[in-house]
Ligand binder design. Structure first.
Ligand SMILES: Cc1ncc(COP(=O)(O)O)c(C=O)c1O
Length: 378
C-alpha cells in the first residue's frame, strides 16, 4: 500500500475508533422522519408529472446547460424563473445557484473584502463557514443566537460588517431572533446575510420564508433560499438588489466557474413553486404535525425546544445515540443520529424531521418509542 493510502486509512481508522465513521447507506420502506422533504414535494407524483409536462413543452430541448451561465449556459427560461423567484421572495432580483452550498460559498467569499469583518453564528452551516474561510475578510463566530455576544463582537469589528445567520437552524430547528438582529445590525451599520434553507417553502405565502413573513426582507441585504429541502427539488437562489445580482455574476466564483443547472432543474424550480402555491395547505398540515409531536414529547427532558419541522432528542455519546437510532430503525422508523464532531461532544442527538405527510399514528409510534428509550437511556 502506498504512503497516501496508508495516511488516508489512518485517518479513517481514527474516525472509526471515535464512532464517527461515515458511510453511504440505502433506506427503504421505513417511515420517513429524516429527510428534508418537509412538505412531501419530493415524493409528489403530481409534481413529478407536472415537471415532465413542462419539459415536454419546452422550447429548449437540451439535456444539459452546456456551460456556465456566462457562456453557453444561459437562456430566457432561466431569467423568467428568476423573475418569478424575485416576486416570491419580494426582492428586486434573484440569481439561481447550483445548490445552497454554492450560493452561500458565493456570497460569503465574494462580498466581504480584505479589511472587512464576517460575524457568523457558531451553529451556522458548514457552507457559511467554508465561504467565510475563502474570503479575505476577518471572521469570528458568536455564541448561538446570543445577541449580547454578537454586540460585543460588533463593537470591535472593522470595515464593512457582514452578519451571517440561518432563519431556522439546521441541527436544532430553532429560529434566529430576526427582529432583534435587524435592530442590532442597523445600530452598527452591518449587513445581514440570512440563509433560509430550512424555511424556504415551509413558511410564508408561496413559501417565501421567514424574513418575508416577518416583513423584514427590506432590511436584510442578502437572502439565500434553497430548493433541495421543503421544495423537494434542487438548486438555490440569492435574492437582493439588482446591483447584488450583477455583482455576484461578476465576482462570485461558484457562479462563474461551473456548468449551470440543466433545463430540467429550472423546470423543476418553476413547477415546484407553482405546485406549492395551489397546495399551500401542506404548510398547515406540517404545523399540525409539529404541534402533535411537541405535545406528545413535552415531558421528555432530553428534547430541545423548536417550533419547526426539525426536532431533536439528545442522547450523549456517539455509541448511545447510534444505539437508539438503530433501535428506532428496527421498529420501522427512519431516524438518524447526529454524531460528534458534527455536534459538540456530549450533545449527540437524534435529528427528527417531521413532514406534512406523516400520519397521526406514525407520529404516535415515534413519540411512544422515544419515551420508552428515555427510560433505557437514563
Ligand atoms: C442551513 C443550510 N444551508 C445550506 C445548505 C446547503 O444547501 P444545498 O443542499 O442546496 O447545497 C444546507 C443543507 O444541508 C443547510 O442545512
Amino acid at each position: 500500500m502506498d504512503r497516501l493510502q496508508q495516511e488516508l486509512l489512518k485517518r479513517l481508522k481514527a474516525r472509526e475508533n471515535e464512532g464517527s465513521l461515515r458511510s453511504l447507506k440505502y433506506t427503504s420502506g421505513l417511515i420517513d422522519f429524516t429527510s428534508n422533504d418537509y412538505l412531501g414535494l419530493a415524493r409528489s407524483e403530481e409534481l413529478f408529472y407536472a415537471i415532465q409536462q413542462k419539459l415536454d413543452a419546452q422550447r429548449f430541448k437540451s439535456n444539459g446547460a452546456t456551460g456556465s451561465r456566462l457562456l453557453a449556459g444561459n437562456n430566457s427560461y432561466y431569467e423568467e424563473v428568476e423573475s418569478m423567484l424575485a416576486g416570491i421572495f419580494q426582492a428586486p432580483a434573484a440569481l439561481i445557484f447550483n445548490s445552497g452550498y454554492s450560493a452561500n460559498l458565493a456570497v460569503l467569499s465574494s462580498l466581504p473584502q480584505r479589511g472587512d469583518t464576517i460575524l457568523y453564528d457558531e451553529l451556522a452551516h458548514a457552507c457559511i463557514k467554508d465561504g467565510a474561510r475563502l474570503s479575505m475578510a476577518k471572521r469570528f463566530s458568536f455564541h448561538h443566537n446570543d445577541l449580547n455576544d454578537l454586540e460585543a463582537k460588533l463593537k470591535r469589528a472593522e470595515g464593512k460588517i457582514f452578519i451571517a445567520v440561518e432563519s431556522i437552524y439546521s441541527m436544532d430547528g430553532d429560529a434566529c431572533p430576526l427582529h432583534d438582529l435587524v435592530t442590532l445590525a442597523e445600530k452598527y451599520d452591518a449587513f445581514i446575510i440570512v440563509d433560509e434553507a430550512h424555511s424556504t417553502g415551509v413558511v410564508g405565502e408561496r413559501g417565501s420564508g421567514l424574513a418575508v413573513s416577518l416583513k423584514l426582507h427590506d432590511k436584510i441585504a442578502i437572502r439565500v433560499y434553497t430548493f433541495g429541502k421543503a421544495m423537494g427539488i434542487h438548486g438555490a437562489c440569492v435574492a437582493g438588489s439588482d446591483v447584488l445580482r450583477s455583482y455576484l455574476i461578476n465576482f462570485a466564483r461558484p457562479f462563474i466557474y461551473t456548468t449551470a443547472l440543466p433545463p430540467h432543474s429550472i423546470a423543476a424550480v418553476d413547477c415546484a413553486f407553482r405546485y406549492l402555491q395551489v397546495n399551500i395547505q401542506l404548510q398547515e398540515q406540517l404545523k399540525q404535525n409539529i404541534q402533535l409531536y411537541k405535545k406528545a414529547v413535552q415531558n421528555l427532558p432530553n428534547r430541545t425546544d423548536s417550533n419547526s419541522a426539525i426536532q431533536t432528542a439528545v442522547y450523549p455519546g456517539n455509541a448511545l445515540v447510534r444505539k437508539v437510532a438503530n433501535a428506532l430503525q428496527q421498529q420501522g422508523l427512519d431516524v438518524r443520529p447526529i454524531l460528534s464532531p458534527t455536534v459538540p461532544k456530549g450533545t449527540e442527538r437524534l435529528r427528527i424531521c417531521l413532514h406534512a405527510f406523516n400520519s397521526v399514528s406514525e407520529i404516535e409510534q415515534l413519540t411512544e418509542a422515544l419515551k420508552s428509550f428515555q427510560l433505557v437511556a437514563h
